[in-house]
Design a protein around this ligand. Structure first.
Ligand SMILES: [Cu+2]
Length: 157
């Protein structure tokens, strides 16, 4: 009884420790929450979505993104013109101080161009985001089904 309780406490402490380390790996101020992508074919184009939170008082800017699994990565916004919605590249995405920006289907998103391998549901891909102030932040993006509208286990707002 005592041993199993101690073991559980130990596991909980380990869990807390790895969480702290994961958080500490990101530069102060900027955190990237719930990164996910839709399944996509090798050679094709994929979309990745996430929330960037800036705890600092100064605004920051997302300048570029990259992954070893895509030939190029662009930040896109979706613009509606009448019944037609188009995507266009965003040069620098501003993240306000003590604020956040959410990239989601139908709006801002990370476009993965020329995938070197298929994005399969249940796998992850590394994505590095380069910020003007915070520097580089690398996250593991969870691949969801092709028709997914939000990160797994969370309701879409
Ligand atoms: Cu796009």
């Amino acid at each position: 009884m005592t041993i199993s309780r101690r073991t559980m406490a130990g596991l909980a402490a380990l869990g807390a420790l790895s969480f702290v380390q994961a958080a500490a790996a990101q530069p102060a101020g900027i955190t990237v929450e719930q990164p996910w992508a839709r399944a996509a074919l090798q050679g094709g184009t994929g979309g990745a979505f996430l929330t960037i939170r800036n705890a600092g008082s100064q605004p920051d800017r997302l300048l570029s993104a990259s992954t070893p699994l895509a030939r190029a990565v662009e930040i896109h916004e979706t613009v509606r013109e009448g019944d037609i919605s188009r995507m266009r590249p965003v040069q620098a995405l501003e993240v306000p101080g003590e604020g956040s920006v959410t990239l989601q289907p139908g709006g801002l998103h990370v476009m993965l161009l020329g995938l070197s391998q298929a994005l399969r549901p249940g796998t992850t891909l590394p994505l590095t985001l380069a910020f003007e102030r915070a520097g580089s932040v690398t996250v593991q993006v969870a691949v969801q089904a092709a028709g997914a509208s939000g990160p797994a286990g969370h309701h879409h707002h």
